[in-house]
Design a protein around this ligand. Structure first.
Ligand SMILES: [Zn+2]
Length: 162
């Protein structure tokens, strides 16, 4: 873990407000590290090169939500098999606010590098394809890595828009 800290995947305003202890289990901690080492750190490094070349400011990535303990996962309406509950997913926004570029960049990078992952979801898109955040799932809790690209638009999952 180079460009992130474990705590970023654990802190949750909702957990705090509801006095839920969102401390990850040992296996969830291992999964978070595995996801960062194999997916998020390399993505962050490639994004930094892109941001420098395009002069679009900081390449920092903010984790909106990472690990969700069973109680927290239930509270946010997550499925019991959610990758978040296993420590295998993170919802991310680029600190420079370039959501559409980040979505396009991340998809191209995943395709170009052939890197293994489970799914990338452009979440809650507007009509122009701009997401509110991007969900990265590294593995399903059973270990599957489907390499799926989706958009969540008008409360439906569709093939990822441009
Ligand atoms: Zn998510």
């Amino acid at each position: 873990m180079k460009h992130f800290e474990l705590n970023e995947f654990v802190v949750s305003a909702m957990a705090k407000a509801n006095k839920i202890d969102n401390t990850p289990t040992e296996s969830a901690t291992r999964h978070i590290n595995e996801m960062v080492d194999n997916l998020l750190d390399p993505l962050r490094e490639a994004w930094a090169v892109y941001c420098a070349n395009e002069h679009i400011g900081t390449p920092a990535l903010r984790v909106l939500s990472g690990y969700r303990c069973p109680q927290l996962n239930k509270m946010v309406g997550g499925s019991p098999t959610s990758a978040h509950a296993a420590g295998y997913a993170a919802d991310i926004v680029p600190e420079n606010g370039r959501l559409l570029e980040f979505k396009r960049f991340a998809r191209e990078w995943l395709q170009k590098t052939g890197r293994k992952f489970d799914q990338m979801i452009s979440e809650d898109e507007d009509g122009k394809g701009v997401p509110q955040w991007v969900h990265f799932g590294y593995k399903r809790p059973n270990g599957d890595q489907r390499k799926a690209f989706k958009s969540y638009f008008k409360k439906q999952y569709i093939p990822m828009t441009k």
